[in-house]
Design a protein around this ligand. Structure first.
Ligand SMILES: Cc1cc2nc3c(=O)[nH]c(=O)nc-3n(C[C@H](O)[C@H](O)[C@H](O)COP(=O)(O)O)c2cc1C
Length: 342
């Protein structure tokens, strides 16, 4: 089976999104006297120069085969019908094999006016990235950092030392916003600071707690067996805590293990400006179908508004003022990492 097809098949088998994760370690304090009305809530946000009417989007997943072309057509249609942004999967394969382009460009074809983000790995040249952006008329370029995934893959990359200089070159060259993202292993404060120093304005911390690429790679036949690495990295919540000192310098996207509107609200409370969701949407599209997925996304939008009203937050930024209690485990994390908040 093609590697892209294997990734989707194995991601569909993962039950991570039905399990507890670190978002369950956060309690938002309920105040009984409501202070605002549902109709006063505004969920719009902005990442870099990109305004988003709806603050969550379909994060990077797939493309690169006939089956994933079909999936991208479905995901693109869901994005169009709900008005949310969508990222393609890594377009690196199509940059090597022209016949694969239509499995990515279908996202744009079915959604001519929507917000689409192109996605590449950090080895791709500036010129090739420009082709990728142009192919889907991308409003942003996502560059994914997946060192842990490469390390557990038998055929994975083994050299990473050029990533910083390549990211710098991208930042100096593109007209569109650049988003640097993880793929589910989360980020440290040090990584976030280094990216800010490179002039990155939007970071997706994509942490542990949802789709697990170490497990996916280990489940692929013939791959090295490093399943003991399945808990590698920081959870999405830990990564958001790591990002707290840097919120005035960079826009943070939360992704990794987002299951519902409450996880989104908790991410905004911890400083995120937008949310990316992959696994839950993929599973819904493939198991429940396109129409049910559109309904789920519309429900999330309404749920987000309702929970914000309950918390007295008119805007996404107001959520940062919400009273929150972290579990002892998360408090221990904050203390060990010397992060002074909460
Ligand atoms: C099938 C599948 C393929 C993915 N491929 C990519 C990719 O090509 N590029 C990328 O940046 N992230 C990729 N991701 C990672 C997601 O964008 C996201 O960071 C990760 O899945 C965590 O979010 P989740 O828990 O909501 O799935 C993929 C995820 C899935 C489920």
């Amino acid at each position: 089976m093609n590697r892209k097809d294997e990734h989707v098949t194995l991601a569909l088998e993962q039950a991570e999104h039905t399990k507890q994760n670190d978002f369950d370690q956060i309690q938002l304090i309920h105040h009984s006297l409501g202070s605002i009305d549902v109709e006063q809530v505004d969920i719009s946000t902005q990442i870099g120069s990109i305004p988003l009417e709806i603050p969550f989007f379909i994060n990077a997943m797939t493309g690169g085969s006939e089956w994933t072309k079909d999936i991208n057509a479905k995901l693109g249609y869901v994005a169009k019908q709900t008005g949310i942004a969508i990222a393609t999967g890594s377009m690196s394969a199509a940059l090597k094999d022209d016949s694969l382009w239509d499995s990515f460009t279908v996202v744009r074809d079915v959604n001519p006016n929507g917000l689409v983000f192109a996605n590449i790995n950090p080895n791709i040249s500036v010129e090739d990235a420009q082709i990728a952006i142009q192919k889907v008329q991308g409003k942003a370029l996502q560059i994914h950092l997946n060192a842990a995934q490469e390390i557990v893959m038998s055929e994975g990359d083994r050299s990473f030392s050029h990533w910083r200089s390549n990211i710098k070159a991208h930042l100096q060259s593109h007209k569109v916003d650049v988003i640097v993202k993880e793929v589910g292993m989360g980020m440290s404060g040090q990584t976030i600071k280094e990216l800010i120093d490179l002039d990155v304005k939007i970071i997706d911390i994509s942490g542990r707690g949802g789709t697990n690429f170490v497990s996916i790679e280990n489940a692929r036949k013939g791959n090295s067996q490093m399943n003991y690495m399945a808990n590698w990295g920081q959870s999405s919540v830990q990564s958001l805590l790591e990002a707290l000192p840097y919120l005035s310098q960079v826009d943070i996207i939360a992704s990794g293990g987002i299951r519902n509107a409450l996880d989104m609200v908790k991410s905004f409370v911890l400083g995120a400006k937008a949310i990316g969701i992959s696994g839950v949407i993929l599973q819904s599209v493939m198991n429940q179908g396109v129409e049910a997925t559109i309904q789920m996304i519309e429900n999330w939008q309404q749920d987000l508004i309702k929970i914000m009203a309950l918390l007295g937050a008119r805007t996404i930024l107001d959520l940062r003022k919400v009273d929150v209690v972290l579990s002892l485990e998360l408090q221990h994390y904050l203390k060990s990492r010397e992060i002074n908040k909460y």
